[in-house]
Design a protein around this ligand. Sequence first.
Ligand SMILES: [Zn+2]
Length: 329
Amino acid sequence: MTKHTHKAALLIVLSVSLVGCADISLTAPVGTEASATASPVISPKFSPTPSPTQTVKPSPTPTPTPQPTAVPSVSPTASPKPSSTPKATADPAKTKPISADRTPYSWYYMKKKTGQVPDFPHETKTFTSDQKAVWVGTGKKVYLTIDAGGPLIEVDLMLKSLKENNVKANFFITGNNIKKNPEYLKRIVADGHYVANHTMTHTDFNDLTDDQIRKEIKDFEVVYKQITGKDVGNYFRFPYGHYNPHNLSLVSELGYTSVFWSTAMRDWEPRANGAEDPYNDIMNNLHEGNVILMHQGSIENMQALDRICKEIKKRGYEFGLVTELQPKK
Ligand SMILES: [Zn+2]
């Protein structure tokens, strides 16, 4: 395969992949019906706080170099560089340098028939024990993950639906959101849901330097602790599902397991059939260990949540917390 066709192939893969955490991001419907002609969609609907990347980031490109133009508001002198020196704070027993591979990836999966676990990208097979990540579990369990990197809508309805069905969900919230809405976080914690680190500003990590990435994660930890008085759990999600092997290692080194997913939806734009759409999208891909990604900012998701919880239980699944999902050793 020539370099050119390789690039083209990669672009097609990326264009059909279903990127979640798509507080704005991509893409096409998952699965066999996915069309390679589907182009990345940007919707301002789920834009969290104003951030340059969210207006300039239509899609990942297969170029291995981060684009300095997309780096938001931070020192241009901090140029991305492969970090091969272990941090001073790193476990002294761990002398292995972290991956220098910055090939950009955008999470996706290949949907199969209802009830069958999807296929996952080839690159997952290359993840090492220093690149802690999970994307699907096993058994009759479902992991509902709610991305709150965008607008916080229908909060009452959401919490009521979860509570009435006795479902504990996993929330991936941005620091900016909880800083502006501390009560939102307090209610979620009070209801016993799990909260994970979804960065401070929801900036694409593939555009950031190591120091900027550390700051995104640490800033979230600080604001979370200010509001709850507790340390945040050690699970994490990349904004837009954009990552590279180096960043996966870096996040692991900071103590986090990255959570991807095995169901996501085009829920960053209005749904043609209202609440029927998220219901069908989820039920048609329900499988063992299903990690479901839904965005808080979709009103149709919130309207469908009660019915989704009931139907998943009716089909014999239990809801679990992502903390039950352990990365490969
Ligand atoms: Zn997100």
